[in-house]
Ligand binder design. Structure first.
Ligand SMILES: *Cc1c(COP(=O)(O)O)cnc(C)c1O
Length: 372
């Protein structure tokens, strides 16, 4: 049997830079400074420059980035925030944790990003914000969403956890809405060495609030102007991420190459599949998610690939309005048909940067022979 193709393997890339990473660890160890401080500040300015924003604020995770951004906007009990039904749980979990209610909108059939028309229908007099997700590394239709929000004076927040480095209309994700939220979870585009996150904004006052909230609501020690939390980024995490940031462009290029190779090998063969739009400019392919025209074949395809040692994932097996903890919020099953169909027919293929072209070809061949 040929060697397995893992869905994701971080060690390949990390081991190639292990001397450099060990030196970073030694230097943080010698500094004796472990939370926030100079490494975090340097990383924040490098991120701000790369993303094209005035402020980038390091936080403890992508989930906390979302929570602290919503808190900074003053979102809370009695408010509603519109978000897609098809996304990672944290998008809606963060809304709920502020005391506000997540209101689920449907997604577009092609990109699976937030559908502007469904978003417009979800607005009520209680809506306080729209939380758009740049799913799988491709930007949500921000122009349309900003137009809808702008008409009502509502902020649009970007959940850019999967889209570090993605672009739309010449600007980077995180610089498109009022605030951007990123994750450095190891599988993301800029994958860290543990948990970490980032909040971006051009708005000075919001940035100041995020900095206050991430450290227990105190900018001055023991003087708490707000009730925040411990949402701080570690110095070691920032120092390690600083070594990866200059490599990000090359890593994203590898992901795009893999996506193009999948498109070349799987497209034009008349397979009963819908492939991601590889031509979409500025797209980063944090995930490469195919859709099966016959949803009943999704799990058999996945098992067949697994038998050949090929790893896949399902992002996401259930839309958020049908999750047990949100089911009472509605809308009922059947109301968000695109999100519900996607949960049944999507399959994520391996796409991490260090995958080889030969491995991509092996995955594509295994899929083609499944349908033969
Ligand atoms: C990963 C992810 C998050 C959460 O980030 P963590 O760093 O794991 O807390 C939030 N939203 C989306 C869309 C994600 O993919």
């Amino acid at each position: 049997m040929t060697a397995p193709v893992p869905f994701f393997d971080r060690a390949r890339g990390d081991l190639a830079m292990q001397d450099e990473l060990s030196a970073v660890f030694q230097s943080v160890l010698r500094s004796g400074h472990y939370i926030l401080g100079p490494e975090v500040e340097a990383f924040e300015s490098e991120c701000a420059a790369y993303l094209g924003v005035r402020h980038a604020i390091g936080v403890s995770s992508g989930t906390d980035a979302l929570l602290v951004a919503l808190m900074a906007l003053g979102v809370g009990a009695g408010d509603e925030v519109v978000c897609p039904a098809y996304t990672f749980f944290a998008t809606a979990g963060a809304i709920h944790r502020t005391g506000a209610t997540p209101v689920f909108a449907d997604v577009l059939p092609g990109s699976l990003n937030l559908d502007p028309a469904s978003t417009a229908r979800a607005l009520t007099e209680r809506t306080r914000a729209i939380l758009a997700v740049h799913l799988f590394g491709g930007c949500a239709p921000m122009d349309e969403l900003l137009a809808i929000a702008g008409g009502r004076g509502l902020p649009v927040i970007e959940d850019a956890a999967q889209a570090f480095g993605a672009e739309r209309g010449g600007r980077r994700a995180g610089a498109l809405g009022l605030m951007g939220c990123f994750s450095f979870f190891p599988t993301k585009n800029l994958g860290g060495f543990g948990d970490g996150g980032l909040v971006t904004t051009d708005h000075d006052e919001l940035a100041e609030r995020v900095r206050t909230l991430r450290a227990q609501g105190a900018r001055k020690k023991h003087h708490h102007t707000r009730v925040g939390g411990n949402f701080r980024l570690d110095a070691l995490q920032a120092a390690l991420l600083r070594r990866k940031l200059p490599r990000l462009g090359a890593l994203l290029e590898r992901r795009r190459e893999h996506a193009a190779r999948y498109a070349a090998l799987l497209g034009g063969r008349d397979l009963p599949l819908a492939l991601p739009d590889a031509g979409a400019a500025g797209r980063t392919f944090n995930q490469y998610v195919i859709r099966l025209k016959d949803a009943s074949l999704r799990d058999p395809l996945r098992s067949s690939l697994a038998e050949q040692g090929i790893g896949t994932e399902i992002y996401y097996p259930a839309p958020l309005h049908l999750q047990p903890c949100f089911a009472r919020l509605g809308p009922p099953e059947g109301s968000l048909p695109v999100a519900e169909a996607a949960a049944r027919d999507t399959l994520a293929l391996p796409i991490f940067p260090e995958l080889t072209g030969e491995e991509v070809a092996r995955v594509a061949a295994a899929i083609a022979s499944f349908f033969a």
